[in-house]
Design a protein around this ligand. Structure first.
Ligand SMILES: Nc1ncnc2c1ncn2[C@@H]1O[C@H](COP(=O)(O)OP(=O)(O)O)[C@@H](O)[C@H]1O
Ligand SMILES: [Mg+2]
Length: 221
């Protein structure tokens, strides 16, 4: 499904150069439930951003279903993201002025789906993540774990082939983190969504079916 080939990423800021990824290669099969592990600063977020087409590598290739996404225009990348990829972030990144249901609907709005379908699907998916009775709450009226469930619902509403989750449990206590992982694992099983998540928490990593370890921008072991 995805082939990452010799990816390098150099950030240049005001005279300083950081080589965040130094020749990273690996593959992701469809239906995987895998983790990218590594300490803070090892390049996990950089790798996930590149996989999701949110940023471009300095060199190397990323093939998604045979198509090299490096070097595509922003419009082309937007289109791929909208159709194929869901994102879950450490800080939930919900839109504060929208309710849980409106947050989930938002992507479908971008896709131009009609109002009645948006309403029906968003409520279905919120029910699936256990928040059917919280649809009208605003993010600040939800706990961290609940907000992250809304983020999961938002990520999977378009039935993407791939969901990228950057330290999705970093702000959650271990019980809440565990149930979020249960949810992700269930969605992986039931809908065959490919999940790639990053973490440095051994407990979280133990739930992955496969783990690759980043250290200083390189794969270890
Ligand atoms: N936008 C950026 N500009 C400059 N340096 C960055 C930027 N993003 C990340 N870095 C640097 O790249 C390295 C890898 O960062 P990151 O991918 O965020 O690691 P992780 O997610 O594993 O903590 C770090 O040294 C970080 O400081
Ligand atoms: Mg990070």
């Amino acid at each position: 499904m995805i082939i990452v080939e010799n990816i390098r990423k150099i950030y240049k800021t005001k005279g300083e150069t950081v080589e965040a990824l130094r020749g990273v290669s690996f593959k992701i099969e469809a239906g995987e439930f895998m983790a990218i592990a590594g300490p803070s600063g090892s390049g996990k977020s950089t790798m996930l951003n590149l996989l999701g087409g949110l940023d471009q590598p300095t060199s190397g290739k990323i093939l998604i279903n045979g198509q090299d996404i490096t070097g595509l225009t922003e419009t082309e990348l937007c289109d791929i993201r909208l159709k194929n990829i869901g994102f879950i972030f450490q800080a939930y990144n919900l839109i504060p002025v929208l309710t849980a249901q409106e947050n989930v609907e938002f992507v479908m709005l971008l896709q131009g789906l009609p109002d009645n379908i948006r309403k029906k699907k968003s409520l279905e998916i919120l029910t699936e993540v256990g928040l059917g009775d919280h649809a009208n709450r605003f993010p600040m009226e939800l706990s961290g774990g609940q907000q992250q469930r809304v983020a999961v619902a938002r990520a999977i509403i378009t039935a993407p082939a791939l969901v990228l989750a950057d330290e999705p449990t970093a702000n959650l206590d271990s019980t809440t983190a565990g149930s979020l992982l249960d949810l992700m694992a269930e969605l992986n099983r039931k809908h065959n969504v490919t999940f790639v998540f990053s973490s440095h928490d051994p407990l979280v990593l133990s739930r992955a079916k496969r783990v690759i370890h980043l250290h200083d921008g390189q794969i270890q072991g």
